[in-house]
Design a protein around this ligand. Structure first.
Ligand code: NAD
Length: 262
């Protein structure tokens, strides 16, 4: 019950990883604001949280719109309290390579995957600073660390790591810790995976050979890491990037197989 008496705002809470984060934080005592531009998905997750014995409020909002985020924050503060924890989890990716990425695509992905996180952080920071405490968790990606396709999304995630560090250094002295959790492949219906799975239903099984742990990730793997960095016991963890990728970026297992010829 590391979040007893606390409130947590999870953006993209209606999606695969966001819903697992909402369920996990609620299971550990947090009242959770489930924010998503798909209001119905947010409402479904809030119902699931409550069915599991937790407390949740669905918030239909668009993270790139400061007015929409401010209205959601007011609604949350009135109903379940101001956020002690913000999980900047909402994101979107669609363009697979640079050749197919037009300027408008590049800008649209950066707007959702980087500007939106700035908007949400700016919205919650005054309240956290007034309390002298808070935790922000930005959900990054291995795409922000190495080139794996989706160039606009990847640039946004790399930018989000820099933003994480800026927040950690500027707001650490005010009691607000900021960290990043960077997942590898996680089985969800995010648009990129939905499109790839339509083309190749076996994609997750095939990708498993790149993962030293022998599998791709599940949303709950990411939720556990988020709960760790957001909790008070991680009080000395600030500005970190916790890579949760089963060892994907630790090495090149497929190349090692080719190297070991004896
Ligand atoms: N699934 C993966 O393999 C994977 C890997 C690395 C990182 N991630 C990251 O994990 C996070 C969650 O991804 P997911 O796989 O659960 O995706 P998802 O598509 O299942 O969930 C994302 C949610 O964010 C919401 N959303 C998108 N844009 C929004 C906006 N502008 N305003 C409000 N809500 C918005 C969507 O409606 C959706 O419910 C993202 O930050 C993603 O980049 C995912």
């Amino acid at each position: 019950m590391r979040f007893e008496g606390k409130a947590a705002l999870v953006t993209g809470g209606g999606g695969g990883i966001g819903s697992a984060i909402a369920l996990r934080l609620a299971e550990e005592g947090a009242a959770v604001g489930v924010l998503d531009r798909r209001g119905e998905a947010a409402a479904d997750v809030a119902v699931r949280v409550e069915a599991a014995g937790g407390r949740a409020l669905a918030l239909a909002a668009e993270i790139t719109d400061p007015d929409s985020v401010a209205a959601a924050l007011t609604q949350m503060t009135d109903a379940i309290g101001a956020p002690d924890v913000l999980v900047n989890n909402a994101a979107w990716a669609v363009k697979g390579d640079l050749e197919s990425t037009a300027l408008a695509d590049w800008q649209a992905e950066l707007q959702i995957d980087l500007d939106g996180q700035f908007v949400c952080a700016k919205a919650v920071l005054p309240g956290m600073v007034a309390c002298g405490a808070g935790a922000i968790v930005n959900i990054g990606s291995v795409n922000g660390l190495v080139a794996l396709g989706n160039p606009a999304y990847s640039a946004a995630k790399a930018g989000l790591l820099s933003f994480t560090r800026s927040l950690a250094v500027e707001y650490g002295p005010k009691g607000v810790r900021t960290n990043m959790v960077s997942p590898g492949t996680v089985e969800t219906d995010i648009e990129t995976w939905r499109i790839r799975r339509e083309k190749n239903p076996q994609i997750f099984d095939q990708l498993a050979r790149w993962y030293p742990v022998g599998r791709v990730g599940q949303p709950e793997d990411i939720a556990a890491a988020v709960a760790f960095v957001a909790a008070d016991e991680a009080g000395f963890v600030n500005g970190a990037n916790l890579v949760v990728d089963g060892g994907l970026t630790a090495g090149l297992p497929v190349m090692i197989e080719e190297l070991i010829l004896e």
